[in-house]
Design a protein around this ligand. Structure first.
Ligand code: AMP
Length: 394
């Protein structure tokens, strides 16, 4: 059993919370505070319960070095603004000074620790390091979904030091939508997949064959399937090592889940020379061209299925949405999902680039759930156990 934060008596307790404050920073300012906001319900709950809160997070990949650009100081400033109160900050997450600050906290105070990954011991899940981290708190709460697929000191090792441990509201919400909602979906259940890398999504497809009514495949990964069907995909992205697997997936899905591929594709000469050369039949892309977005006929077909769905799970853009002119397929899926959410469909965005796309199009608040974790959501949706969540079991 994993305890929810709601079940703890936190009054006057030091609560050590692993959060995911891995946010983009430019010129010492947080430019997107989505992940900080996502942790607020847990932090506010602790404060309202009369706890004192110690927050720890990683930021970027400093690889065990102290990299000033990856300091959590700008995050602390943004957090203090959001909480509308001053917070304490320690420039080292495991120093004696930092421990003293945690031990001296009063109820309702917040102490943010410097970037965990300034120590290589964090990623090595070093037991001495996790014991030092554990010294900060009496209760441990993990709310960092974005790193839950990693076994690090702050989310796995540290849990061995606590009898009082559990999950925060963000992890609880992620599990509710990425696990429960897709296990017992309101039908029909549609899974929409895209993006460039087919290999990271094959386990997910396998997991949903027989569970999903429709699996729509767009983006660069569609071309490996189209080529495996004997179609001409020109110079489009194909993973030759996965052609056989793609064939097997299509054979396995027969009669269990309907796989739907794009019928038409917007092409360009290359990624570098990316002026659209027009829309082509997905099976007859000229040799020298490469497919960079799904075409209008595919958009209509995908839209029709989205409108008939009870639950939709989306992971991966339909095209190179970052480039104007090849964003239309991804925009259409995002808009359709936002629209059907209004009429009662559960719409879930599985993190990573599709979350970035929905954010770019300003539709974040119009879908049911946007996951904060790319890799973690893919692992969970592939049916795998996340080590950091498993470690919270009591
Ligand atoms: P992934 O990390 O596998 O989800 O891939 C996301 C990336 O896939 C985005 O940056 C898109 O620009 C890219 N992408 C989507 N469609 C295509 C395509 N048809 N060809 C090449 N890259 C694509």
């Amino acid at each position: 059993m994993i305890k929810s934060i709601k079940t703890f008596d936190l009054k006057e307790k030091r609560v050590l919370v692993r959060v995911d404050f891995n946010v983009p920073i430019e010129n010492d300012k947080v430019v997107d505070d989505f992940r900080i906001r996502a942790a607020l319900p847990t932090i506010q709950f602790c404060l309202n319960a009369g706890a004192n809160v110690i927050l720890m997070s990683h930021l970027g990949r400093p690889k065990g070095e102290i990299v000033p650009e990856m300091s959590l100081i700008p995050v602390g400033e943004s957090l203090a603004d959001l909480l509308e109160m001053p917070i304490k900050f320690s420039a080292d997450c495991v120093s004696e000074d930092a421990h003293d600050v945690s031990l001296g906290l009063y109820s309702g105070e917040v102490h943010l620790l410097e970037n965990l990954r300034f120590y290589v011991a964090e990623m090595q899940n070093d037991p001495d390091f996790s014991t030092k981290l554990a010294k900060h708190g009496q209760v441990y709460i993990n709310d960092a979904f974005g790193t839950a697929h990693r076994s690090h000191a702050s989310n796995v090792g540290v849990t061995r030091n606590f009898t009082h441990k559990g999950m925060g509201f963000l992890i609880e919400k992620e599990l509710q939508y990425l696990s429960s909602a897709v296990k017992n979906p309101r039908r029909p259940l549609t899974v929409i997949l895209g993006g460039a890398k087919i290999d990271t999504k094959l386990d997910l497809i396998h997991n949903f064959i027989g569970k999903a009514d429709h699996i729509l495949i767009g983006g660069g990964m569609a071309f490996t399937f189209l080529q495996a069907q004997g179609k001409d995909v020109g110079n489009s992205l194909v993973d030759p090592a996965r052609l056989n697997t793609a064939k097997k997936v299509m054979a396995r899905a027969r009669g269990k889940s309907k796989l739907v591929f794009p019928k038409d594709i917007v092409c360009a000469e290359s990624m570098k020379n990316r002026h659209s050369t027009g829309v082509y039949n997905a099976g007859k892309i000229p040799d020298k061209l490469m497919g960079l977005d799904i075409g209008p006929e595919s958009i209509n077909r995908f839209s029709q299925i989205i409108r008939e769905s009870g639950t939709i799970l989306w992971n991966g853009p339909m095209g190179v949405f970052e480039v104007n002119g090849f964003h239309k397929g991804t925009l259409a899926v995002a808009q359709d999902m936002a629209e059907v959410t209004g009429s009662g469909t559960t719409t879930i965005i599985g993190g990573g680039d599709s979350a970035a796309a929905v954010n770019k199009f300003g539709l974040m608040k119009k879908v049911t759930h946007v996951s904060t974790g790319g890799g973690a959501s893919l692992e969970l949706l592939s049916g795998n156990t996340l080590p950091a969540i498993y470690s919270l079991e009591i």
